[in-house]
Design a protein around this ligand. Structure first.
Ligand SMILES: N[C@@H](CCC[C@H](NC(=O)CCC(=O)O)C(=O)O)C(=O)O
Ligand SMILES: [Zn+2]
Ligand SMILES: [Zn+2]
Length: 397
């Protein structure tokens, strides 16, 4: 029986599946075909919630006496954007100049393809992992992330699954393979801020109350002063205003309301609750400022609505897991990876509630872009890193 030892072949099979969230696109079926010959029992639970699309997911386990390692990731991909701008079709796995093109090549079908190849090589060589290996793969990472990893973890845990460690195969390297392991992530919190005014004639502002003036004052208070300057292991907390919306086409009308949306990426100085309290305090204090509302007695009237499902900040402390991965990366690439918590968040934010989790995958330069692609050499190198890691992690337990 042919085992999936070639990461490029594995990736090509996955890239040919148009699995733009929420479509499965054949990607999980392709994974199942690779995993069953390796001795995995594969299950494909579908999760639903009203108001969100049903999502197909995959959980596969290979039994073994010893500790339990999970590999986690996603087969869903972001839309291709302007397909005519791609040098090669986004779902064809075309190879040009030593690089394989396709949506998901680095984010993160490539990581999955390499992990499977690494396992297949270990098994083919008679060095199968001395323990249990599971693959937890969702089709809902790039989307709302409601019917994916969160529910898959709950579903598996309810069946009695427990894990000793997890590696997530997201593209963690900024420039070259071996740059960076992610050992934690900042939190993420979003909200919509609406200022309520009174509509009127732009030439008679005293008869109206322009909400844009109030919104400017409140937004200013959100942006300054800085929340902090960073902590030992995390970047600084940052608030970005992501939308300002008045919906007013007329130049001579003062609108009734004005809305802004914002997202905060926060470090371990804060919890969701303490950050929300700080933001409420800033807005309450700013609502009484008169800078843009001279002569007004009443404070700015506003509503703040927090978006559901904030992400909590986390840092992994499992020295054995981190050290084993870092040494595996260094022995294959000769690069000592930085242990970082930079950038966005990932599904590791959910996995951290079940076991220690680290992230390492391909170079992320082309993720979400037109012409997403991966050097074939990187696929081979990542496969060798994962193989070292699997051998070392099970060996050290
Ligand atoms: N759409 C989902 C998850 C959003 C996750 C997203 N993560 C990245 O873009 C990864 C980038 C990196 O590795 O630094 C984010 O941080 O917004 C949701 O909102 O639930
Ligand atoms: Zn991803
Ligand atoms: Zn992504």
């Amino acid at each position: 029986m042919k085992l999936p030892v070639d990461p490029a072949e594995n990736l090509a099979a996955l890239l040919r599946c148009p699995s733009v969230t929420p479509a499965e696109g054949g990607a999980l079926a392709a994974l199942q075909e690779m995993l069953e010959p390796l001795g995995f029992t594969v299950e494909r639970p579908v999760f639903s919630e009203s108001g969100t699309p049903d999502i197909e997911n995959l959980y596969a386990s290979r039994a073994g006496e010893g500790p339990h390692l999970m590999f986690a990731g996603h087969t869903d991909v972001v839309p291709v954007g302007d397909e005519s701008a791609w040098s090669h079709p986004p779902f064809a796995a075309h190879i040009a100049n030593g690089e394989m093109y396709g949506r998901g090549a680095v984010d993160m079908k490539g990581g999955i393809a390499c992990f499977i190849a690494a396992l297949a090589r270990s098994i083919a060589d008679g060095n199968a992992p001395r323990g249990k290996v599971s693959m937890l793969i969702t089709g809902d990472e790039e989307g709302p992330a409601i019917n994916g990893t969160v529910k898959l973890l709950q579903w598996a845990a309810a069946k009695g699954e427990t894990w000793d460690a997890c590696i997530v195969g997201e593209p963690t390297n900024p420039d070259r393979l071996g740059d960076m392991i992610k050992v934690g992530r900042r939190g993420s919190l979003s909200a919509t801020l609406t200022v309520l005014g009174r509509q009127g004639h732009a030439a008679y502002p005293h008869l109206a109350d322009n909400p844009v003036r109030g919104l400017m004052t409140l937004v200013d208070a959100l942006l300054s002063p800085e929340f902090d300057t960073g902590t030992e292991r995390f970047q600084s907390t940052n608030l970005e205003v992501t939308s300002v919306d008045v919906g007013n086409a007329a130049t001579n009308v003062i609108p009734q309301r004005a809305t802004a949306a914002f997202n905060v990426r926060f470090n371990d100085n804060w919890s969701v609750e303490s950050l929300q309290a700080e933001i409420h305090n800033r807005l309450d204090a700013a609502s009484r400022r008169r800078k843009y509302r001279k002569g007004r007695k009443e404070p700015v009237e506003f509503e703040l609505v927090w978006r559901d499902n904030p992400s909590h900040v986390f840092l992994t402390h499992d020295e054995k897991l981190i050290g084993t991965l870092a040494r595996s990366v260094e022995s294959v690439t000769a690069n000592r990876p930085a242990l970082s918590t930079s950038g966005g968040t990932s599904d590791a934010r959910f996995i951290k509630d079940y076991c220690p989790v680290v992230e390492f995958g391909l170079v992320g330069q082309t993720m979400h872009m037109v012409d997403e692609r991966v050097p074939l050499a990187d696929l081979e190198t990542l496969t060798r890193i994962y193989r070292q890691f699997i051998g070392n992690w099970f060996g050290e337990h």
